[in-house]
Design a protein around this ligand. Structure first.
Ligand SMILES: [Zn+2]
Length: 55
C-alpha cells in the first residue's frame, strides 16, 4: 500500500504499475497541475487570458 501523492488526496492504493504515485489518474493530473501552478505562481492567470490571441 502507498499513500496517494496528490495534494488533497489522503487515500491509499495498491501499486499496480511500478511507478504509480496516485490512487487514480485524475489525482496524477491534479498533482502535476499543482506543481506547475506553484512554479508559475501568479503569472498563470495572465497566461490564460493573454496568450492565445490570433493577431
Ligand atoms: Zn488520490
Amino acid at each position: 500500500m502507498r499513500a496517494c501523492n496528490a495534494p488533497r488526496c489522503v487515500r491509499y492504493f495498491v501499486q499496480s504499475h511500478g511507478r504509480q504515485e496516485w490512487c487514480k489518474p485524475s489525482c496524477g493530473n491534479r498533482a502535476r497541475a499543482a506543481r506547475h501552478y506553484q512554479r508559475h505562481s501568479a503569472t498563470a492567470a495572465h497566461d490564460l487570458s493573454g496568450s492565445s490571441q490570433p493577431l
